[in-house]
Design a protein. Structure first.
Length: 295
């Protein structure tokens, strides 16, 4: 009898726990005092390149393979002949998040130099690859202008649907979970190599050769509690997540599977990530594989 009662009690407790977890998706969770204090640190919109310009990208049009574009919503190195960014870097805090709905207004980027091919909303049509955002739509919901900027084709790569819609979406959601908990994060996403497998098989290019399908897609996430002077607040104990995934529709949906070191991504790309962070801190955080929670 007592055992039955205990079991009923634990079932009831589990039930209320499940209910409160489900509630957290729409209602801000009640946090303990310390966490509240954290969340009270003002979230700001910070410099997208505060942690560095990984490839030394330049606004000179002679840098057609490493062309720097800085928008108010994100910064990138664009490659004219790949028709994609090499990397996109952006700051994410709750100051960027609002209630603007997804605009879905894919468009050519008219900020690309005149005479350069500008991928269009239909450049990927029928290819078996998604128009995969680098800076995600859901990270820029403060205004229609902010959200629309993420739909510029310069922010896209041909991404295998299962990579984009599962693995990548899971990590993007997790980053916003970290932001909801009172953190700001710096995200750098990039791609390299040539040839991927989407839902229509293996391809090296799309759009009559004007857009290159990358072989690998990576992301580096630096997590800081809300605050200022961010580059100088990165220490050897700062959480840095690095993943490198194949652009292949058969990949695993769990992003944690693809964790690697920043050093490995630097080696594969030739970039210097987090170059604005002191070299002694870089040497520690860039050599470590994250083993923190993944959701
Ligand atoms: Mn900051
Ligand atoms: Mn580095």
């Amino acid at each position: 009898m007592q055992r039955t009662f205990t079991r009923l009690l634990s079932l009831a407790l589990l039930g209320s726990l499940a209910a409160s977890c489900a509630k957290e998706e729409t209602v801000a969770p009640t946090a303990p005092a310390a966490a509240v204090q954290h969340q009270d640190a003002t979230a700001t919109r910070d410099n997208h390149l505060a942690l560095g310009n990984p490839s030394g990208a330049s606004t000179s049009t002679s840098y057609y393979w490493n062309y720097l574009m800085v928008k108010s919503q994100f910064a990138m190195s664009y490659h004219r002949d790949r028709g994609t960014p090499n990397w996109v870097s952006w700051h994410l805090s709750s100051a960027w998040v609002g209630s603007t709905p997804r605009q879905d207004n894919f468009a050519p980027d008219n900020a690309l130099p005149s005479g350069w091919y500008r991928p269009t909303s239909t450049s990927y049509s029928g290819s078996g690859f998604d128009r995969g955002h680098n800076c995600p739509s859901a990270d820029r919901t403060g205004s229609v202008a902010d959200n629309s900027a993420t739909f510029l084709m310069s922010n896209m790569i041909p991404q295998a649907p299962n990579n984009n819609q599962r693995t990548w979406a899971n990590l993007e959601n997790y980053c916003r979970t970290l932001v909801s908990a009172g953190n700001e994060v710096y995200v750098i996403m990039g791609s390299y190599g040539k040839g991927g497998t989407g839902s229509n098989g293996y391809h090296t290019t799309l759009d009559q050769g004007r857009v290159t399908v990358p072989a690998r897609i990576w992301k580096v996430v630096v997590v800081l509690p809300n605050g200022s002077s961010d580059a100088s607040r990165v220490t050897s104990s700062t959480r840095v997540i690095a993943i490198d995934t194949p652009n292949d529709n058969s990949l695993n949906s769990s992003w944690g599977t693809y964790r690697t070191t920043v050093d490995a991504i630097e080696q594969a790309t030739g970039y210097d990530l987090l170059s604005a962070v002191s070299s002694s801190v870089q040497s520690v955080v860039e050599a470590r594989v994250d083993n923190g929670p993944t959701s």
